[in-house]
Design a protein around this ligand. Structure first.
Ligand code: C2E
Ligand code: CA
Ligand code: CA
Ligand code: CA
Length: 279
């Protein structure tokens, strides 16, 4: 066992070092990313399956580093969570999203939902609801227009305090949805107990929907369960016409994915939102 330990040590060490070095430098660089104006929000539309119109947009973070290039949120969000940087970054995301939405409305965009991702660290802040309300009040945006996307694992970690937090947020009128639904563990009884408005079916199920029998069965089960609990459903990662038609046929309310549009900068989303304006 000792031999094996030493061999494994020698084998993995260089790679571990490269990884932790990168993580360390990303953590250091991330501290100044906000002030240096390196963060940007991209927006991806949700499409209503009944009217085929844009009914909301999700704000997704992008980090453009002058030397490291563009760093994926898959990589830097966990670092931001570990270093606590997610708190100021998360606040910035909320403020920018609400501000953009208020500007869009002034320019004639019809009422939509603007969705933001909330990380576990942010969610644990006791004054989160008041903090967000301050922002929506400042920009004159109705709280229901702001959709907060929360993951199952975040909610299931401590069900008691999660329920209390969700109630505070719901009492102020925010729209609450579970993101990446189906990938974590959550029981039906909790789903009923949480004051939720909707679910987003994880894109891993959508990728093979209507092809892989298991993924099809899971998607249909989620849709039928959501219907009985009166939850609104968005399918993520819709890339093909076939997936879109399958989901529409089975009562999925909204879709989001490359079929309609990838996440795009604000200068590109605004004309799309204006086009969708009722005549
Ligand atoms: P997510 O919240 O599940 O966001 C959806 C991800 O799927 C996005 O990746 C989006 O670009 C991608 N996507 C959308 N449509 C398609 C499609 O049709 N096909 C495929 N293959 N992918 C699609 P992105 O932008 O790289 O973000 C990754 C994750 O990073 C997000 O997953 C979210 O968990 C996290 N993230 C991004 N922005 C924020 C943020 O502002 N705050 C927090 N806490 N997390 C964020
Ligand atoms: Ca999301
Ligand atoms: Ca998701
Ligand atoms: Ca995801």
């Amino acid at each position: 066992a000792k031999e094996l330990g030493r061999n494994t040590y020698q084998f993995y060490q260089p790679e571990m070092n490269a990884k932790s070095l990168r993580r360390l430098s990303l953590a250091t660089e991330l501290r100044d990313a906000l002030e240096r104006d390196q963060l940007e929000l991209y927006f991806q539309p949700f499409i209503d399956t009944v009217y085929g119109q844009i009914c909301g947009v999700e704000a997704l973070l992008r980090w453009h580093h002058p030397i490291m290039g563009s760093v994926s949120p898959i990589e830097f969000i966990p670092i931001a969570e570990n270093t606590g940087m997610i708190v100021p970054i998360g606040q910035w995301v909320i403020e920018q999203s609400v501000k953009r939405y208020a500007e869009w409305r002034r320019k004639g965009v019809k009422p939509l939902r603007i969705a933001v991702n909330i990380s576990a660290v942010q969610f644990r802040q006791v004054d989160l609801a008041e903090q967000i309300l301050r922002v929506t009040n400042q920009y004159g945006v109705p709280p229901s227009a702001l959709e907060l996307e929360l993951t199952e694992s975040l909610l299931m970690r401590d069900v008691e305090s999660a329920t209390a937090q969700l109630r505070r947020l719901k009492a102020l009128g925010f729209t609450l949805v579970i993101d990446d639904f189906g990938t974590g563990y959550s029981s039906l009884s909790y789903l009923r107990r949480f004051p939720l408005d909707g679910l987003k079916i994880d894109r891993s199920f959508i990728a093979e929907v209507n092809r892989n029998t298991d993924d099809t069965a899971i998607t249909l089960a989620i849709l039928s369960m959501a219907r009985s609990l009166r939850l609104h459903v968005t399918a993520e990662g819709v890339e093909t016409r076939e997936q879109y038609e399958f989901l529409t046929r089975h009562g999925c309310h909204e879709t989001q994915g490359y079929l309609f549009s990838p996440p795009i900068p604000e200068a590109q989303i605004l004309p799309m939102l204006l086009q969708d304006k009722p005549a």
